[in-house]
Unconditional design. Sequence first.
Length: 97
Amino acid sequence: MENIPIWLADLEDEDAAFIKKFVLASGSLKEVAALYGVSYPTVRLRLDRLIQKIKISETAEADPYVSLVKRLAVDDKLDFDTAKILIGEYRKTKGGT
């Protein structure tokens, strides 16, 4: 058995369940929306956020602080503009760009 990809292992159970439903629905966002009882735009937004989480996981920062700030922004616990400011200021203090 092969190892689980890091991006998949980093996902919460709820996100993995969403991916499973999406695949079983043959990628139909309308069908997934019906399964969850929500609108198409709601499912589209969730999929977009999931894509962002996967991208962040695949391009994991060597710095755990930067990874944390990015993950908080993707999880809507911090807005993206604030995340950019925090990362920028942090990198200035670390001597990076």
